[in-house]
Design a protein around this ligand. Structure first.
Ligand SMILES: NC(=O)c1ccc[n+]([C@@H]2O[C@H](COP(=O)([O-])OP(=O)(O)OC[C@H]3O[C@@H](n4cnc5c(N)ncnc54)[C@H](O)[C@@H]3O)[C@@H](O)[C@H]2O)c1
Ligand SMILES: [Zn+2]
Length: 368
């Protein structure tokens, strides 16, 4: 069995490790014990992940000498609410958690965001360990310190920054994901590769990643993604500049996601958005020639869509509602070539042209 890879992350508030490997749940307790000085570990999970992995996580924490308590929330984005957040806080208080204890988020991005936000606010902040169980949460949401819940007015509108004290990404957990949820994470993986890693992009194009891929390849790809996100976040923890490049594919991707009524997965929409924007920026001469085709091929190899049939007006309407909009322009991330991108202030007129040029080109592999 291959050795786990530990990626070291340095931030202004704390330094921590992201450990990526196979069958790590059995050593979770020891790892938590080494990373934090806690008496009790309070595990937050959801109704899909709990039955699969909670017992193993609790047993390991218990063996390491930690007292344990847990809450299992209903699964799904529709439960990333104030109600669930309140339930976590009540259960933490009920378990007698103090500032010296730790929250362990065992699940995908929904659990990670909610448990992180609960940890950030309980008694003005206690430590959190992230144990991401989806590909998306391993490569994206568990690293970087953003936590949030949804409110009626918008997704992720209420949140806080809290860097984890440790991230344990056990790729064995990926085997129980549905193929769709796995592929959703691949949308962000391709985005990262386009942003910052031409070698990874080349490898993925040749050798798509699936749940059955051998574990050392999965570990390597997840670790490479963690490094990419770490390096971007390290220079811009609070999202004022470079971190915006992580929104590559998201201006149009989010718009497609919202216009679909959130029926399509985020990563699928990001892949489609990435292809749409690149087709357009290539035609405008902002991206190198041939880039769109290369990105389309990579997405198709992962089983990801490369376009959307949603009407241009709907995409534009949603894109200009984007919360990162400044006045009459949006900050659009333009991939200039594989491994390089730039944030470009784009007028609404230009954005309209981009949607026209890049979206709804009638290709078969489109979201509708
Ligand atoms: N904080 C950040 O920086 C950041 C970044 C990106 C996304 N996010 C957030 O992440 C969330 C999306 O994350 P996600 O895609 O992981 O969604 P998710 O947490 O809803 O997980 C997807 C589904 O898979 C199930 N699941 C999770 N792990 C499983 C496993 N190992 N086996 C079987 N089923 C499993 C879940 O119960 C759920 O039904 C969104 O709320 C998004 O806003 C946050
Ligand atoms: Zn995203």
């Amino acid at each position: 069995m291959s050795e786990p890879i530990a990626v070291a992350v340095t931030t202004s508030s704390r330094d921590y490790e992201v450990v990526v490997g196979k069958d790590l749940l059995g050593s979770l307790g020891e790892r938590v014990k080494r990373a934090v000085h806690a008496d009790t570990a309070f595990v937050v999970t959801d109704s899909n992940v709990g039955p699969l992995y909670l017992d193993r996580a609790l047993a390991s924490l218990d063996t390491a000498g930690l007292a344990t308590a847990s809450i299992t929330l209903p699964a799904g984005e529709q439960h990333k609410t104030l109600t669930s957040y309140g339930a976590i806080l009540d259960a933490m208080a009920h378990a007698g958690l103090t500032r010296d204890d730790v929250v362990v988020a065992l699940g995908g991005g929904v659990v990670g965001d909610m448990a992180g936000f609960a940890a950030a606010t309980y008694m003005r902040g206690i430590e959190v360990v992230q144990v991401p169980t989806t590909l998306l949460s391993m490569v994206d949401s568990s690293v970087g310190g953003k936590t949030a819940i949804d409110v009626a007015a918008g997704k992720n509108l209420v949140g806080a920054f809290l860097q984890p004290s440790l991230v344990v990404a056990d790729i064995a957990c990926l085997s129980t994901l549905t193929p769709y949820v796995f592929a959703d994470g691949m949308g962000e993986v391709v985005k990262h590769a386009v942003l910052a890693d031409s070698q990874l992009f080349g490898t993925l194009s040749e050798r798509p990643l699936t749940q059955d891929t051998d574990s050392s390849y999965l570990v390597e790809v997840v670790a490479a993604n963690v490094r990419i996100k770490r390096d971007v976040v390290a220079t811009d923890e609070r999202e004022r500049g470079l971190r915006q490049t992580l929104n590559l594919g998201h201006t149009i991707g989010h718009a497609i996601e919202a216009a679909s009524g959130y029926t399509q997965g985020h990563g699928h929409c990001v892949a489609a958005g990435l292809c749409c924007v690149t087709r357009a920026t290539e035609q405008l001469g902002w991206s190198e020639a041939g880039l769109a085709t290369r990105i389309e091929r990579c997405c198709l190899a992962q089983g990801l869509p490369i376009d959307s049939n949603i009407p241009h007006e709907d995409i534009l309407h949603q894109a200009t509602f984007d919360k990162k909009r400044h006045g009459d322009s949006v900050n659009l991330v333009v991939p200039t070539r594989v491994g390089k991108s730039e944030v470009r202030r784009t007028s609404l007129g230009e954005l309209s042209r981009i949607v026209e040029l890049g979206c709804g080109t009638g290709m078969q592999e489109s979201l509708s």
